[in-house]
Write a protein that binds this ligand. Structure first.
Ligand code: GDP
Ligand code: IMO
Ligand code: MG
Length: 428
């Protein structure tokens, strides 16, 4: 079957961008199915750095068609800024971007509502990109879709309604008439090019599958940020989990049958909310500094902890993950010893499955298994057999705990710093 789905198994920033870019070489289409420009996916190729917020990480590969599915929320201003950066770097996008006519758009008033909620209610620590409010409008059935945006009459009617409805919040940040004028001015500027992107991507993708084309689905965020399966309410407003591919693209579930779980060799999280393995001492600082751990979208420092297998196993179950891409293994190179969280305790009782009660999530204590560190530089290793024996033991331990193989090992930010261990599991 010609599809492969990439999901983050933790709280985002697992290195999905690097792995997507690497695997996109084999793909005809690279598709985002949820989230918006809250994502920040970093790719390094020969010291050149690229960060993608909306466009799929395959866009730098020539000839790949990049799709923003109906489940994505798109800020038109961000999209055109990202396209401009690519054009400035000599990367052509001609006939390579498709936007679902059913994808909802994000406007400045969504950002205002996001900011206002962050001030007025217990802060989630959102990216303030207006993602939650845009999805709220979608479900309230007042949202503006890409297909509406390119229709003069419908767009103006919907915009007028939305500005009127949100007037009292908008006023706290700007004059509503001014906000409306600016939205219309941007639309006038980009409409001609935007119209070329908008299409029935559901039909196009299903037809492509029938024609035996290869499709790579690129998840944003991670399963612990999933609106249903994450650490609610400290989550994003979409389904990064594999189920989101079906609803976010219109490709049926029986054609989404290979899922690759991107897993960092330790755990990070930006924003607020429960984080059972968080380290407040020197090791946390070491991981953060060594991993240059600042959010690619917001620049905020990431909270750091040891690998949490309770979380990873929860993700494997929810997504039907067939194999794992273990990233940032090199960050552990200097460690004397390495811990892995294999269970939690709550009020003295052992828990081995991820709890959904928010009170329990906030108060579990990690149970660690301690392994020896390999204390050797791994960054330039090309083959699995050449990894230090102790590093292989660490990987085998993860495979045993996870109940599925590690197919890819990432040992540096550059695309070249990658070991393919089990190619048959990522074949598509
Ligand atoms: P994403 O959101 O899942 O795509 O991940 P981000 O791009 O937000 O964060 C991952 C960060 O780690 C980026 O700065 C990457 O360049 C970097 N990175 C990815 N894989 C590796 C790796 O194996 N080793 C190291 N040292 N850095 C990595
Ligand atoms: P990538 O795709 C890490 C977090 C925010 C906040 C919560 C809700 O790069 O892995 P939102 O703006 O979505 O309403 O914020 O989700 N968050 C991410 N954390 N990586 C991301 O994306 C994230 N996208 C959102 O920090 O805690
Ligand atoms: Mg990121």
């Amino acid at each position: 079957m010609g599809t492969l789905t990439i999901v983050g198994t933790q709280w985002g920033d697992e290195g999905k961008g690097k792995i997507t870019n690497l695997l996109s070489k084999k793909a005809d289409y690279v598709v985002r199915y949820q989230g918006g420009d809250n994502a920040g996916h970093t790719v390094y190729i020969d010291d050149e750095k690229y960060v993608f917020h909306l466009l799929p990480s395959g866009i730098i590969e020539k000839d790949k068609i990049c799709v923003l599915g109906n489940g994505v929320v798109i800020n038109p201003e961000s999209l055109f800024k990202e396209i401009q950066v690519l054009k400035d770097r000599g990367i052509g996008i001609h006939n390579r971007i498709l936007v679902s006519d059913k994808a909802h758009l994000v406007f400045p008033y969504h950002k205002y509502i996001d900011k206002q909620r962050e001030i007025s209610k217990g802060s989630i620590g959102t990216t303030k990109k207006g993602i939650g409010p845009a999805y709220s409008d979608k479900y309230a059935r007042i949202g503006i879709r890409a297909g509406d945006y390119i229709n003069d009459k419908i767009f103006l009617e919907l915009l007028t309604y939305n500005i009127e409805e949100k007037k009292s919040i908008i006023k706290k940040f700007d004059d509503p008439d001014n906000v409306k004028r600016n939205i219309i001015a941007l639309r006038n500027k980009i409409l001609k090019e935007f119209k070329k992107f908008v299409n029935d991507t559901t039909f196009i993708l299903n037809q492509a599958i029938d024609q035996k084309k290869k499709i790579l689905f690129e998840g944003a965020q991670g399963i612990l940020l999933d609106i249903d399966f994450g650490t609610y309410p400290f989550v994003t407003s979409s389904n990064p989990s594999a189920g989101g591919v079906a609803t976010g693209t219109g490709v049926p579930p029986n054609k989404i049958n290979n899922v690759l779980g991107i897993t960092k060799a330790y755990t990070t999280r930006v924003g607020n909310g429960p984080f059972p393995v968080e380290l407040k001492d020197g090791i946390g600082d070491h991981l953060r500094n060594r991993g240059k751990e600042y959010g690619a979208t917001t620049g905020r420092p990431r909270r750091c902890g040891w690998l949490d297998m309770v979380v990873v196993k929860h993700s494997i179950m929810i997504n039907g993950i067939r194999s794992i891409a273990l990233t940032k293994l090199d960050i552990l190179d200097e460690m004397e010893e390495i811990k892995v969280c294999v269970a939690y305790t709550y009020k003295g009782k052992k828990i081995t499955t991820f709890p959904h009660d928010r009170e329990i999530q906030c108060n579990v204590k990690p149970v660690y298994k301690t392994l020896k560190g390999w204390k050797q530089n791994t960054e330039n290793i090309k083959q699995y057999k050449d990894l230090p024996g102790i590093a292989k033991k660490y990987i085998e331990f993860i495979e045993k705990e996870a109940g599925c193989p590690v197919s890819i090992i990432s040992i540096g930010a550059d695309r070249a710093s990658t070991i393919i261990k089990e190619p048959q599991f990522i074949h598509f």
